[in-house]
Structures are given as C-alpha cells and as structure tokens.
Design a protein around this ligand. Structure first.
Ligand SMILES: [Zn+2]
Ligand SMILES: [Zn+2]
Length: 160
C-alpha cells in the first residue's frame, strides 16, 4: 500500500492488513480501533482507521522551542541541548499557549466525546499558538469523524 492509497482507501480490510503487516495494530491504538469499530457503520471504518492511525508515512510530532532563547528545535530526547545557547530544556508552545488552553480543549473533546464541537475550536487555538502543521489543522477542520484515539488528540494529550 502507498501513502496515496492509504489516504483515499475505502476498504478497511486492506488498511488493517497494512497496519498488521507494519506491526502498527498494537497496544492502545488497537484497543481504540476495536472500541470505535463497534460504534461505527462499515462505510465509516476506513475513516475511523485514518483518524486513529493518521498518516503512517508522516507521523506528526509536536513542535518545540528552547526554553532560554526560543529557537525552534527537535523533540527533546535524553541528552538534548540547544545548539545556540546550550540550554538543556525545551517546551512545546502549543501546549503552553494561553495557560494550557489547547490540552484542556483536547481533554474535553476526548473525555466528553465532544469532537464535532471542539475540533474546529482546537484548530483555531492551535493556529493562534503558532501551529502551521497543515496535516493537523486540516484534520481538525475536516468533516471526517473523530473517535477516542484520534491521532491529533493523542498527540496533544501525550497518549502513545
Ligand atoms: Zn537556546
Ligand atoms: Zn481526529
């Protein structure tokens, strides 16, 4: 399966075969799929799979900035330090913006199943916080259904 085929596939069985072949249908994501599958009509299941697994060819990441000097940096792993100022701490401006509005919105959507109401608001908040990731913004504003396990919500909530 190619990236293009994944993004337009209408057959959940083909998508599942791909996920299993890649070792991706495991752990929490698998449980979210099994829960959402029972609640969805067959025609929606390929969309549900894309909601949970996103684009496996282009996994989304949070953007980070150096705590001291503010330059953009990669995901801080063990042994990280800023190339400009040497600071060893980075933060994600999306998560801090407006006193944590974005994770709060994501939590509301997730816990109250309030996806349709919250996702467009979340997109506006992310944009105001400096998010320019079109995969994320389009996902929040698109009309495909969201379920628990939605890759954007999982990213913002730090759920693996
Ligand atoms: Zn720095
Ligand atoms: Zn979603």
């Amino acid at each position: 399966m190619t990236e293009h085929e994944w993004l337009s596939c209408l057959n959940p069985e083909i998508m599942l075969a791909y996920l299993i072949g890649q070792g991706l249908l495991v752990g929490r994501k698998r449980e979210c799929w099994l829960a959402a599958k029972g609640d969805s009509v067959p025609e929606q299941r390929s969309c549900v799979l894309r909601d949970i697994f996103g684009n496996p060819w282009r996994p989304a990441v949070l953007s980070y900035r150096c705590r001291e000097c503010g330059i953009p940096c990669g995901t801080p792993a063990a042994g990280y330090y800023c190339v400009k100022c040497g600071c060893d701490e980075a933060f994600c401006p999306w998560l801090r913006w407006n006193h944590g509005t974005i994770p709060a919105l994501a939590r509301t959507a997730y816990e109250e199943h309030a996806f349709e109401e919250v996702m467009p608001i979340l997109a506006d908040a992310l944009e105001d916080a400096g998010c320019a990731n079109l995969d994320i913004l389009r996902h929040c504003r698109g009309d495909a259904p969201h379920v628990r396990g939605c890759w954007v919500l999982d990213l913002l909530l730090g759920k693996g």
